[in-house]
Design a protein. Structure first.
Length: 342
């Protein structure tokens, strides 16, 4: 069975791996499309502390059920199409016991703590699948990354009465934009890439501010009549944007961190108290978030063409991450079409 692995920093290679057999409650899954994520890029660049190399990347996965293991529920059948929920749940840690399984203490995300989807087939538990026959297989691979942004919106309890500032207009930031818009909120985005700014305008956001060319504080004050945004969602993962989220938050504002900084961040913590901020972390996504994204994509079929920058055939998968590095400012989503993998 073919796979693509990140062998070392800056190096990917095709390699043969042993076939898999589904166990009890599992299915054998033919992988159709895999989207590459910022975490895959960080692994390739040697910046992902959660990954040990070599690693098969890929956790944004769509495909079809190829075979059933023992004791699989009757609603699952060979040939059905599905979206993969790429996280694991232990069922016993504090998060799982509270029903917040997306934040499982012992989670092993596909492509991160365990080998991911850039291989011909994978064995998956049925509770990790969302069956779907309405979206294309290509569009189904968009659901997971967008759901992470939708979850950040849920964490921030966004409503139609809110103005939301999203720091970072990459794929996760776009998920937050769409999730906030779906709830009726006004959305402002801070983004530095000209090509991404063009796409963000096409998504009908209230405004896009480039902090490299415009004073962000002044622009946000003007756009919110001096009151500031009700919710700030940080989707960049830089120490500067972590601090900016607190600086830009109004009194009694809400801050959601969905990105994570790669180094320690220093704060003037008096603003936590003086502003009485609600500060939330946001991790992965829930099945509810996935279902909300599916519903959104069903009513916005044109969205995929706006967000998928490049689809590469399997034979060119080994150049995908290098291509992303070379065109980083222009890339929203690179997707791998697995149909020629054997």
């Amino acid at each position: 069975m073919q796979s693509l692995a990140i062998e070392d920093t800056g190096h990917t290679a095709f390699r043969d791996v042993k076939g898999v057999t589904p166990g009890p409650g599992e299915v054998l899954f033919n992988v159709a499309f895999v989207g590459l994520c910022g975490s895959d890029l960080n692994t390739y660049l040697g910046l992902n502390p959660l990954v040990e190399l070599p690693r098969i990347p890929g956790h944004e996965i769509s495909g079809t059920i190829a075979a059933l293991g023992p004791d699989v529920a009757p609603e699952f059948a060979v040939g059905q199409r599905a979206i993969v929920i790429p996280y694991t749940t232990c069922g016993t840690c504090p998060s799982c016991r509270k029903g917040r399984v997306n934040a499982c203490q012992f989670n092993k995300t596909l492509g991160v703590q365990q080998d991911g989807g850039l291989r011909t087939q994978i064995a998956l538990k049925t509770d990790r699948l969302i069956l779907n026959d309405s979206l294309s297989l290509k569009n189904m691979a968009l659901v997971e990354p967008l759901s992470v942004g939708f979850h950040a919106v849920s964490r921030g309890s966004v409503t139609a009465a809110d103005t939301v500032l999203v720091l970072g207009g990459g794929m996760i930031g776009v998920g937050a934009v769409l999730g906030a818009q779906a709830r009726g909120a006004k959305v402002i985005v801070s983004e530095v890439s000209d090509s991404k700014i063009e796409t963000l305008h096409a998504l009908n956001v209230e405004a896009v501010v480039n902090p490299k060319t415009t004073n962000l504080n002044n622009a946000i004050a003007d756009l919110t009549q001096g009151e500031g945004p009700d919710v700030i969602i940080e989707a960049v993962g830089h120490s500067e944007t972590f601090r900016a989220a607190i600086d830009l938050a109004p009194f009694s504002g809400r801050v959601v961190y969905v990105g994570y900084a790669k180094s320690e961040v220093s704060y003037d913590t008096k603003f936590f108290n003086l502003k009485e901020l609600d500060i939330f972390g946001s991790r992965n996504a829930t099945s509810t978030d996935f279902e909300e994204v599916v519903a959104y994509l069903q009513t916005h079929p044109e969205l995929a063409d706006q967000l998928i920058t490049t689809v590469l055939p399997w034979g060119q998968a080994d150049i995908a991450l290098a291509h992303w590095v070379e065109h980083r400012d222009a890339v929203f989503k690179i997707m791998i079409d697995m149909k020629d993998a054997i």
